[in-house]
Design a protein around this ligand. Structure first.
Ligand SMILES: C[S@@+](CC[C@H](N)C(=O)[O-])C[C@H]1O[C@@H](n2cnc3c(N)ncnc32)[C@H](O)[C@@H]1O
Length: 334
């Protein structure tokens, strides 16, 4: 179970965040253990890169030591496609110093045995992706039986003390399911972090919102905001992120993405990408996030940028206290 529990931990978390900001270290590093994946989502291109040209990194602790991030997100591809995923997580958790460690997984490989081993690494948060609150999840990921596995293992892990969050994409096809997913998370004892769909990963425009669906999208966002007031520990997004979604979808350019500076992606071979969608820039041993110019990309409004950009106002701090989260909310990454 996470070693980060109790009031003393909250104090350490705040002090780690203050130190992280004072030193201008990255807030979050995403470790892409692999781009390989067992799912076949039509909105993500990782699985189409099965033939990796890069040599998999083995020493992830060296990456953490170099950048000293506030939080580390273990991701992929599907992280459990690597046989050493649990060892990597344990090493990152055990490295001295305070950091919030989470994983994003599609949940397929979470048998009870592997889930228990994952909890035993001391990981802080387990994020399981879910776009539909029923068997349509299987079709979404092209993994028959996936929803059944998720609906068993999520409450099972929570009953064993794990912090579990659902990661959910808001897209045209699941608009009617977005609020029900929050109710399902609540029933399971989990939280949920939403991200707006992006066509960038697979150049798939098919899940975007046609003009005649935008009113429905805005209605759903209002519904989520209301639910967030009612169940602050369940709906984990910053209110600012929800507030900005209609602005973005209506065509206003939102600049100020901090990818490459506050958030870095480390590719399986150790190359730094500012984010999962942008090309590699330099090997992590040569990358200086303070020296590079900010990205000028405004082509998405996924949670990985929106949640980090949410201004740290008094109301945001109150929001974090109410949700029990520490900004930027872990797992808000792709
Ligand atoms: C790329 S996946 C990798 C981790 C793992 N294989 C999984 O499916 O959870 C990380 C997250 O990105 C989300 N994602 C993938 N494609 C996306 C897109 N086009 N727009 C927004 N989120 C996306 C997934 O739903 C998942 O929560």
């Amino acid at each position: 179970m996470s070693k980060h529990t109790g009031i003393f931990n909250k104090v350490r978390a705040v002090s780690a965040l203050v130190s992280n900001r004072a030193k201008d270290d990255p807030l979050n590093i995403t470790l892409e253990l692999t781009r390989r994946c067992n799912a076949r989502c039509d909105y993500c291109n990782h699985w189409q890169e099965q033939k990796q040209t890069e040599q998999d990194l083995s020493d992830y602790v060296a990456v953490v030591r170099r950048f000293r991030p506030f939080s580390v997100t273990v991701c992929g591809g599907e992280p459990f496609m690597r046989k050493d995923a649990l060892e990597i997580i344990r090493a990152v958790v055990d490295e001295p110093g305070w950091r919030y460690v989470s994983i994003i997984t599609n949940g397929w490989f979470l048998t009870e045995d592997r889930a228990q081993k994952l909890i035993d690494t001391g990981i802080d948060q387990i994020n399981v992706s879910l776009n539909f609150p029923d068997d349509r999840q299987d079709t979404d990921r092209k993994l028959p039986g996936l929803f059944k596995r998720i609906s068993h293992i999520v409450p099972w892990m929570i009953a064993r003390g794990a912090t579990v969050q659902l990661n959910s994409i808001i897209m045209n096809d699941n608009l009617e399911d977005v609020v029900p997913i929050a109710h399902l998370a609540h029933k399971w004892g989990a939280s949920v972090m939403y991200t707006l769909y992006s066509e960038l990963p697979a150049d798939n425009h098919g899940h975007l919102f046609p003009p005649d669906r935008q009113a429905k999208l805005f209605e759903v966002i209002d519904g989520l905001s209301a639910l967030k007031r009612q169940l602050p520990a369940v709906v984990a997004n910053a209110q600012w992120y929800f507030d900005m979604i209609p602005t973005y979808v209506s065509g206003t350019v939102i600049d100020g993405c901090t990818a490459g500076k506050k958030t870095l992606h480390i590719s399986p071979g150790g190359m730094v990408r500012p984010c999962a969608e942008l090309p590699p820039v330099a090997h992590y041993t040569e990358y200086d996030h303070r020296a590079i110019a900010p990205v000028t990309c405004t082509r998405c409004f996924q949670a990985c940028r929106g949640e980090v950009q949410a201004p740290l106002t008094i109301s945001r701090m109150v929001e974090c206290l109410r949700t029990g989260s520490t900004p930027p909310r872990a797992g808000a990454t792709v």
